[in-house]
Design a protein around this ligand. Structure first.
Ligand code: ADP
Length: 535
């Protein structure tokens, strides 16, 4: 049975009642209670007694009256005393006992249950006065019953053993329930295997991580399910099995490896293996804790990408500026005005590039820290498109840009400057990543709710896998052609933040080596219900 299947303690409660009930009947009683004296049995237990045909309401009165009389001990384990008349009357009113009648009245007996480990508890039971079981002899003074030989002691020993087992089973089931909850709700993946490395438990976190359902993997060899690899992606052999190593007594804590999910996707994980052994020391079960560290790895990668991208992007313009400036500063260098101008223009361009990079970095950190403050008003996209395209043509005269904006384009609600930045960024990218084919198209069209603006190029294109990533911070495509262009992987991240702060979306459709179309949507003025500040 796997951890994820429910177990119930109810059956065990029934067993206890049956055990107590049959003991009371053997002692010729009618009703009673077994009060556990050893609390250490199960410190979690709130009910430390088992009732047999007695109601909870009578119990405190009964126990109080019992405590006032003589107590049984190991020498005289059975004590009987007459029941106080008031309590007897109340007992007769008890629904569970209403068919019982005792003209002689009732007595309350207490039987101490103990074994070699010490006292287990006391069985208090009610029976008609003068009724005796075959286990007892005559009554001595003060209700102490003289036993008939060894029989009562044997009875006590047998009953104590059975009760000890039943109580132990009950606390084990509770313990099992606690472990099952840990197993079920653990954020870490947990799987357990038998001695032959076949899966016997597979928790929900593990299902989530691997895409396999527990029912599909139970009984399977765990190596085949996880298909573990080392950090370089080489298959691990059975000799590298974390669980086998734990079986062999080695410590396996937070070992990094890669596991393969059902859909063949790979995850970086840290595994810790442990082992449950038999009394002889043979391994019975192996337990594998699996922590997904994909996110941490991605963040690490992002940090190192950030450092390398930023240092590269800062270094390039700085060294160009420094190179030109030191040439110009040398007294022996004499340049005609055309050459002088071209160098000064280069210095200016590189300073602009630095300025843009620093601006983007500040922008990105502001997005992360506070979200974006929008200054919204009705905006006609037509004139905005024309303005941005005009500026682009001045900067890049070789580029042809077609504008396809219908005259009756409905206005949107937007922050003019920020949307200008978005369009500018998309057009800059279209030029930057289309070194051969410099014909671009900017188009706008309205749908029922939104206006969509698209920038199309016939440049290098973007693979499907990369299309999901390029809007992430610092993500640049690994392709050498793309890497050769200056950039820090911030432009599209900023564009997405701006568009989403307007309640719109941004996306790309692209075919590698054929070109890309970046589009973004903005809500139409009459439909817009926009937040002023979006975090
Ligand atoms: P960058 O400053 O690097 O250009 P962006 O965030 O603007 O940063 O773009 C992220 C990456 O997406 C770029 O490095 C580039 O690889 C890719 N990319 C963006 N626009 C295009 C495009 N029009 N065609 C091909 N690749 C593009």
């Amino acid at each position: 049975m796997s951890w994820s299947q429910n177990r119930s303690t109810e059956d065990l409660h029934d067993q206890m009642t049956i055990l107590i009930g049959s003991a009371i009947r053997l002692l010729r009683g009618e009703a009673g209670v077994f009060v556990i004296s050893n609390e250490a049995f199960d410190p979690q237990s709130s009910s430390e007694y088992t009732l047999y045909r007695l109601s909870e309401s009578i119990l405190p009165l009964l126990l109080k009256s019992v405590q006032e009389g003589t107590q049984p001990n190991s020498l005289h384990p059975l004590v009987a005393r007459p029941l106080a008349p008031a309590l007897a009357t109340q007992l007769m009113m008890d629904e569970d006992l209403d068919e019982l009648h005792s003209p002689e009245g009732w007595e309350c007996c207490s039987l101490l249950l103990f074994d070699l480990s010490g006292p287990l508890g006391t069985l208090h039971f009610l029976r008609p006065t003068h009724r005796r079981s075959c286990l007892e002899g005559e009554t001595e003074e003060e209700g102490i019953i003289r036993e008939t030989g060894i029989t009562l002691h044997l009875f006590i020993a047998q009953l104590a053993t059975s009760l000890r087992f039943a109580l132990k089973a009950r606390s084990l089931v509770k313990e099992q329930a606690r472990f099952a909850a840990v197993f079920q709700y653990s954020a870490e993946g947990i799987l357990t295997v038998d001695h032959a490395l076949r899966i016997i438990d597979f928790n929900p976190a593990m299902e989530h991580l691997t895409g396999w359902r527990e029912s599909e993997v139970l009984g399977q060899f765990y190596f085949q399910v996880l298909r573990p690899k080392d950090r370089q992606g080489n298959d691990l052999g059975l000799q590298d099995s974390a669980i086998l190593q734990a079986f062999a007594g080695q410590t396996v804590v937070n070992r990094e490896m890669i596991i393969t999910a059902r859909d063949n996707q790979r995850f970086a994980v840290l595994v810790t293996a442990s082992c449950v052994r038999s009394e002889k020391g043979d391994p019975i079960n192996g337990i594998l804790n699996v922590r997904d560290i994909t996110r941490e790895r991605q963040q690490e990668e992002q940090r190192s990408t950030f450092v390398s991208v930023i240092s590269h992007e800062l270094q390039t313009p700085i060294s160009i500026i420094k190179g030109y400036a030191s040439t110009l500063a040398r007294p022996e260098v004499r340049l005609d005005s055309k050459n002088l101008r071209s160098r000064l223009v280069a210095i200016e361009e590189e300073a602009d590039r630095l300025n843009k990079l620093v601006g983007n970095l500040l922008y990105a950190s502001r997005i992360q820290a506070n979200g974006l403050q929008m200054d919204l008003s009705a905006l006609d996209l037509g004139p905005l498109v024309e303005r941005v395209v005009r500026r682009l043509k001045i900067k890049s005269p070789g580029v042809t840009v077609n504008i396809e904006v219908p005259d009756a384009l409905p206005p949107v609600v937007a922050d003019r400057d920020r949307i200008e930045e978005v369009l500018q960024n998309l057009l800059d990218n279209a030029v930057k990543y289309s070194p051969q084919q410099q014909t671009l198209t900017v188009s706008c069209y309205a749908t029922g709710e939104e206006v969509i603006t698209s920038v199309n190029d016939h440049g290098m294109g973007i693979s499907l896998r990369e299309q999901e990533q390029i809007f992430n911070r610092f993500h640049r495509i690994g392709d050498p052609l793309s890497q050769a262009m200056p950039g820090a992987g911030l432009g599209l991240y900023i564009c997405r933040a701006i568009v989403e702060a307007h309640g719109g979306h941004i996306w790309v459709e692209s075919t590698l080596r054929e070109g890309s179309t970046f589009s973004f949507s903005l809500p139409r003025e009459e439909k817009a219900q926009l937040p002023m500040v979006v975090f």
